[in-house]
Design a protein around this ligand. Structure first.
Ligand SMILES: [Zn+2]
Length: 327
């Protein structure tokens, strides 16, 4: 029994990373881009709006057990009663005509005469058509998004993705960087979940990277600066959200890079501030503990947020940069 179990665990360990990696392969990203461009041609809603909403929904589906697993390449989920119409006796209706009669929003986007809630083209077209009832410009699209999600946080995150995809012109923005220059003098160990740490009285929600005062702190991802300022425990700190809805948190900074502001786009490796030992008091307090970067990672599933251990990620990014340096 024990042998079977360990073989199973081994198999899972091997299979799991491959399954997760599928989302990010070049061919999947290419297929998704083609879908967004088709939807733009059919609805006049810009491709990066589809890409942003879709990215948000793909992220959520991965972290919510109450939503069905996605079947195609896209993740936008339109509940069956909204798709077919709440009063529709056939909740699996695919006839565009009767769906319309029952006030459903489902439409046929690929021209096969059926409106299918699990067909990528049909879903994107339907969502695009829904947005065009508000307008084609970003201000009106945001209103449409708010009416759909009824949650400021969701609209804020999607708006950030729109900015990112529009700026870079593609959706391949999953690259990462180690938060400190790989050549600098630093040390860190796994401290996530410790009872005590610098920067908080609850469990330690991050990894402390000890380094000298003033060592540059770099963005770990492509993302949007969501928060910047002072916190009693965190001192000068900054929060960046990436396209996988991971929130990257940097605390106890000595200061920020010039001109950095909330809503701004950052790239992996871009300097955002420097290592310090601020915190544990009113704004400007410093020197109550040795200088270090507190780095935390958080997830959002469309309803709530939780912390997870950044240590394995830091190790992987560090290894990758060390390998690249050798080449
Ligand atoms: Zn810490």
């Amino acid at each position: 029994m024990k042998v079977v179990l360990s073989v199973l665990i081994l198999l899972l360990a091997i299979v799991q990373p491959c399954a997760l990696g599928k989302e990010h392969t070049a061919s999947v990203l290419k297929k998704r881009m083609a879908l967004y461009h088709r939807a733009e041609a059919a609805t006049q809603i810009p491709w990066y709006v589809f890409a942003a909403v879709d990215q948000y929904e793909i992220n959520i589906r991965k972290n919510r057990k109450d939503l069905p697993k996605k079947k195609g390449y896209t993740g936008i989920y339109i509940p069956q009663d909204i798709w077919s119409g709440p009063e529709n006796p056939n909740q699996n209706d695919t006839s565009p005509l009767s769906i319309k009669v029952f006030d459903g929003i489902g439409m046929d986007g690929n021209g096969d005469g059926r409106a299918e809630a699990d067909n990528d083209d049909d879903v994107l077209y339907t969502f695009g058509k829904y947005l065009t009832t508000y307008g084609n410009d970003l201000a009106n699209i945001r209103i449409g998004l708010w009416e759909f999600y009824e949650r400021d946080q969701s609209v804020g995150i999607i708006t950030g993705f729109i900015k990112l995809f529009r700026k870079y012109g593609h959706i391949d923005l999953g690259a990462h960087a180690f938060p400190l220059p790989i050549r600098s003098d630093y040390s860190y160990r796994s401290t996530w979940g410790d009872a005590r740490g610098f920067g908080g009285r609850r469990i330690h929600e991050g990894t402390d990277l000890f380094a000298h005062h003033g060592v540059p702190v770099r963005s770990t991802c492509y993302g949007i600066i969501e928060m910047k300022g002072w916190n009693r425990f965190g001192g000068w700190r900054i929060g960046i959200r990436d396209i996988h809805n991971t929130y990257h948190y940097f605390a106890h900074l000595n200061g920020f890079s010039k001109g950095l502001k909330v809503g701004q786009i950052v790239e992996p490796g871009q300097v955002i501030g420097s290592v310090g030992n601020t915190g544990y008091g009113p704004p400007g307090t410093s020197g109550k503990f040795p200088p270090h970067l507190h780095y935390g990672m958080y997830k959002d599933n469309g309803r709530s947020e939780w912390s997870f251990d950044p240590y394995p990620y830091l190790k992987a990014w560090e290894r990758k940069e060390l390998r690249q340096k050798k080449k």
